[in-house]
Design a protein around this ligand. Structure first.
Ligand SMILES: Cc1cc2nc3c(=O)[nH]c(=O)nc-3n(C[C@H](O)[C@H](O)[C@H](O)COP(=O)(O)OP(=O)(O)OC[C@H]3O[C@@H](n4cnc5c(N)ncnc54)[C@H](O)[C@@H]3O)c2cc1C
Length: 374
């Protein structure tokens, strides 16, 4: 039972954002930045965000050559370049809003490892550079095979370097965004799993286990969990990803972010440690799940790759392992749309949501503001 005060100050609000990942918090921040008079409330089911935003590997990336070639196939050349621009702009937006040092962003180059001698990605470095030149005004990718031996990689025939790719501290990013939202007046409630959304003529009622909220507009930023919440069949499939934190016995021979097999595998240095994950493509059906759990088959493959590709003939200890849940569709473009007069969604951020998340949040917030609150 709630008091009049609680009802007025906490439960009745102007806009509710569901989900406190990077998209939801960015949406809330944009709403308050653009309309400071609005009461904006974020409802998050977990004690901490419980999806992908605090579970990822912290690559500040916008796509490797083989991923971008794949995007050209699914989205066309223009679709690919537009997605890269959004990822880049999203990263700049996050840096501007929070400050580069607050998220510990470091640009140490990103690299794609290629295991075949003949490779389409290597052949097409020039054509991808050409497609991106208008935007970046320079070549983004170049072959860096001379670094394979000093980095100590096994099985690797080619290395494609992207000197603009960086890495950041995912925990610092979400905690800084959280703090920023609180400072500008966003209320954030954790432990509030939204179970039902009832749209009425002038309001939307949001039912959680222990409370019912009402708002004039709702932004749904629940990524992989959207169909479960809305009871719809949107083209949003969950995809589980694993990350392991590894302590090598000796100093790492490389620094930066690294990908292989179209980004299905990813590793980076983190203050002397190695973060390594991926392998979802080994068991796509099993990994199409919202359950947080470790697939032993994938873990075994990661350990085999550690021993043969990343740290051959080196000893190490696996310190921690965890999983997070991403959301995928037929293309890598996110879904930002109104699903009714009062509800808009910003979901399906794929495997590069750190980059694009703040922009998707901004787009969903602007969609809500554009149509007014009445
Ligand atoms: C292992 C892994 C590695 C990754 N590595 C990278 C990387 O290096 N670089 C990169 O750019 N991207 C990476 N990603 C992808 C990136 O993390 C995501 O695309 C991005 O975080 C998605 O943000 P989001 O806010 O849209 O979704 P989420 O972070 O999943 O947020 C959705 C939130 O909604 C909440 N929620 C769901 N249902 C409800 C409900 N009913 N009521 C209330 N709250 C609810 C969830 O608890 C969650 O906190 C990785 C992802 C994973 C899993």
């Amino acid at each position: 039972m709630f008091s009049l005060w609680e009802k007025q100050s906490f439960l009745e609000t102007d806009v509710i954002v569901i989900g406190a990942g990077i998209t939801g918090l960015s949406a809330a921040a944009t709403l308050k930045e653009q309309s400071p008079e609005l009461k904006v409330t974020v409802l998050e089911r977990g004690i901490l965000p419980t999806g992908a935003s605090t579970k990822n590997a912290g690559f500040a990336c916008f796509g490797s050559v083989s991923e971008l070639l794949n995007d050209v196939e699914t989205l066309g050349a223009e679709g690919m370049t537009s997605l890269v621009e959004k990822r880049w702009d999203g990263l700049q937006k996050t840096c501007q809003r929070l400050g580069r040092s607050m998220i510990d962003i470091q640009v140490k180059s990103g690299y794609e490892l290629i295991f075949d001698e003949q490779s389409e990605a290597v052949d097409k470095v020039g054509s991808i550079n050409e497609l991106l030149r208008d935007f970046f005004q320079e070549d983004v990718f170049k072959l860096a095979n001379e670094k394979i031996s000093p980095f100590g990689f096994g099985k690797t025939h080619h290395l494609i370097e992207n000197h603009l790719e960086g890495q950041l501290d995912t925990g610092k990013l979400i905690s800084a965004l959280w703090k920023y939202c609180a400072e500008i007046g966003v209320q954030i409630h954790t432990g509030c799993e939204v179970r039902e959304i009832h749209e009425e003529s002038s309001t939307v009622r949001i039912a959680c286990k222990d409370a019912e909220f009402s708002a004039k507009k709702v932004a749904v930023c629940t990524n992989a969990f959207t169909n479960k919440l809305l009871g719809k069949e949107l083209e949003v499939a969950p995809g589980r990803g694993i990350v392991m934190s590894i302590i090598p016995d000796n100093e790492l021979k490389f620094q930066g972010t690294f990908h292989y097999e179209e980004g299905y595998y990813y590793f980076r240095d983190y203050y002397g440690k190695l973060l390594f994950g991926g392998g979802r493509n080994l068991a796509l059906e099993e990994e199409t799940t919202t359950d947080f759990g470790i697939n032993q088959k994938i873990k075994e493959k990661l350990v085999a790759d550690l021993d043969s590709i990343i740290l051959p003939n080196q000893s190490y200890k696996i310190e921690m392992e965890w999983t997070g849940i991403m959301a995928f569709g037929k293309t890598k473009a996110p879904i930002v749309e109104k699903i009714s007069d009062r509800i808009a969604i910003g979901v399906r951020l794929g495997g590069m949501g750190v980059a694009i998340g703040s922009l998707v949040g901004e787009e969903v917030a602007e969609m809500i503001l554009k149509h007014g609150l009445i």
